[in-house]
Design a protein. Sequence first.
Length: 184
Amino acid sequence: MPDDPGIEVLLNQIDVATGLNLFYLALYSALALPDVAAALSSPNGQTNGALYAAWFDRFVAPKYQMGGGPSLRGEDCYSLRCSMLHEGTAQRGSAPRARTARYDRFLFIPGNRIHNIEFNHCNIGGAWMNVLVLSIPIFTRTITDGVRTWLPTVQGTPEFLANYEKFMRLRPNGQPPFGGVLVM
């Protein structure tokens, strides 16, 4: 990997956005990370729903174990990603892969309390059997931590090195033809 901290800057900005209660920015960005990681490690530098789900299942879903299996799988998160990024909802998306997601709706909370009601992160239950309640800080951090775990596993691979050359990152000293100015 080149000496610049491009991916780490992105992860840190998501963490900061979460801490500043910029929840839309944090959620949208965190949901895009599995796509970015899957593309950076793919032979052609591109991603798709299957690669997104596989990456999520390997690097994030193990942190969502409940009752013998993951309560949040890659297909579930891909459905959420599609519905949020393309339709602006937290409901089951209309993409073909969304039909395999287990939840009809995702409910995000800014911590683990709403008024005097305490929720557990990744709560499924009560009258909301098809609703998954997620804490925004925990959810975004779990995905950024997944990227931090994934990165050392791919840094030296030919696919990553080739794709990282195209990765959009801050360039404080510019890039031709714009030298001496900050560009992305």
